[in-house]
Design a protein around this ligand. Structure first.
Ligand code: FRU
Length: 514
């Protein structure tokens, strides 16, 4: 595929037929993850369109199947009913129109009755002049609406907003629509943006019919906080209105913001009279402390859980992933359930993942623990006291806690030589009470103190061995973990495929909801 040429479904299907050997090469890589979603080949970034629709969870994602460095963005698609067994579907959206020719970029889904509405950014780069900088000029960011009745076949694409509709002081970078229904019954959309003075912000739109959108205002900080805010998500959690977004261009501050781009959550206050929101600027917090976490998205499932999945990667980092040599790169995080307590966002691994546990070993005495673990495991550590601790997670990789800094201490993840350029990431804690570590073949997700802090990172090195030492006491439980299973698309999806093969694009042009 050529970088700046449209990709049609037929191009992909032809390419797919011709690339079985590529798929086999990727599948044979020992660094393929056991319980994380990955691109079958090539590149993956943001989770998109997360939703539960008629009982089934849909996980779309930014996908470049053709090569591992991520040039042309499609929407890939997984579905699952239990977060354990997944169906890998064909991509659903291709950059095949003038208004999305250079990327079907990130967006969201909203299930309304029998119709799934998806919104995404159609990315366009113009080449008619030599002097475009592609920031202030030369870039089109179209907000596009598509619908589906099965999550697999989508309607004709409809542009609902173009750059001309965004406020005049916006740069060309406006993207990542997240759409939700308010308690007032109106539909709301937030878009991430960079203004002409290179300040990051969020734009708010409102609609009564999901087609006509009216600008309702913006949200930013009084003091600039980065030049661009990507992937905004606004939701109310346990009584607190929150904005999760990814500010770019925020300098390191103390132990915070060490990554090239940030993923933050901000508490919002809505003005009772005007409804306008403001950010509690003094309290912008990091969602994750690891090297590889970006562009998360949340959704409410049918049980009312606020579930988050993130991209276990980050753009523009000065460290990489050696899996590129095997023809693939990146993965999604495990799904996490969110809650809000005592001013903090709490992340907990989704309880369904408990079914991956197989062998279980209990260590009643933490200090001095030496476990015969491989590299795919879950470990739960509960501390009754901890002044100092060093936990070896696998060969060459450790978590160190040093108490005595004021009231609490500092917990540091150290990847040594196993991080492919990733070294150390710290967090200050008010004490170390618990750790829940999910270790996969080439990733770590570490939930600290019941999910008050999380470290998400890729890691390389195939040799296991877990040890705990130091001035600490407590208990540990270590589990082996089974892999995700993959099922074939069910009959319904099969019909959709047959429908496309028979020449229809599965479009719903004639349905009144589109
Ligand atoms: C975030 C992001 C989004 C954009 C997408 C393109 O990682 O840059 O802002 O829509 O990736 O793949």
């Amino acid at each position: 595929m050529k970088k700046y040429e449209k990709v049609f479904r037929e191009d992909y299907e032809r390419w797919h037929r011709e690339n079985e050997a590529y798929r086999e090469r990727v599948a044979a890589d020992p660094r393929r993850l056991a319980f994380h979603l990955m691109p079958e080949t090539g590149w993956l970034n943001d989770p998109n369109g997360l939703c539960q629709f008629h009982g089934e969870y849909h996980i779309y994602y930014q996908y470049t199947p053709f090569e591992p460095t991520g040039e042309l963005k499609l929407w890939g698609h997984y579905s699952t009913r239990d977060f354990l067994t997944y169906v890998r579907h064909e991509p659903v959206l291709f950059p095949d129109q003038d208004f999305d020719a250079h990327g079907v970029y990130s967006g969201s889904a909203l299930a309304e009755g029998d119709v799934l509405h998806c919104f995404y950014t159609g990315n366009v780069k113009y080449f008619d002049r030599p002097d475009y900088d592609y920031i202030m000029t030369g870039r089109g960011s179209n907000t596009v609406h598509v619908t589906s009745r099965d999550g697999e076949n989508f309607s004709e694409k409809k542009v609902v907003l173009t750059n001309a509709d965004y406020p005049e002081d916006m740069s060309g970078h406006v993207r990542d629509p997240k759409v939700f229904k308010g308690s007032d019954g109106a539909y709301h959309m937030v878009l991430g943006a960079r203004d002409k003075e290179s300040r990051g912000l969020v734009l708010f739109y409102e609609s009564a019919d999901l087609e006509h959108w009216v600008y309702r205002g913006r949200l930013s900080t009084k003091n600039p906080f980065g030049y661009m805010w990507e992937c905004p998500d606004v939701f109310c959690l346990d009584g607190q209105l929150l904005l999760v977004c990814c500010p770019q261009g925020v300098p390191r501050r103390g132990l915070d913001f060490w990554n090239v781009h940030q993923c933050t959550y901000m508490k919002l206050t809505a003005d009772r009279q005007t409804g306008a929101c403001s950010v509690d600027e003094a309290d912008i917090r990091m969602l994750d402390r690891g090297f590889d976490f970006y562009a998360p998205q949340t959704f409410l499932d049918e049980q009312g859980r606020r579930i988050l999945i993130g991209w276990m990667g980050i753009p523009d980092a000065d460290y990489g992933n050696p899996t590129v040599d095997a023809g693939w790169q990146h993965a999604l995080t495990i799904p996490r359930e969110l809650s809000f307590s005592k001013g903090r966002l709490i992340q907990k691994p989704l309880r369904e993942l408990g079914a991956l546990r197989s062998g279980c070993r209990i260590y009643e005495d933490l200090a001095g623990l030496c476990a015969e673990s491989g590299i795919v495991y879950e470990a739960e550590l509960t501390f009754t006291e901890c002044l100092r601790m060093e936990m070896k997670l696998r060969e060459g990789v450790s978590l160190r806690y040093e108490g005595g800094h004021g009231e609490g201490g500092i917990l540091t993840l150290d990847l040594g030589e196993k991080g492919a350029g990733r070294k150390e990431r710290p967090v200050r804690l008010d004490g170390l009470r618990g750790l829940q570590v999910f270790s996969d073949t080439s990733s770590l997700e570490i939930f600290v103190n019941g999910g008050e802090e999380v470290f998400t990172t890729r890691v390389y090195g195939q040799k296991g061995g877990m040890e705990v030492a130091g001035a600490c006491a407590g208990r540990a439980v270590v589990y082996d973990l089974k892999s995700f299973s993959y099922a074939e698309p069910d009959e319904k999806t099969g019909l959709g495929d047959a429908c496309r093969r028979n020449g229809s694009d599965g479009s719903e042009k004639n349905q009144k909801n589109t």
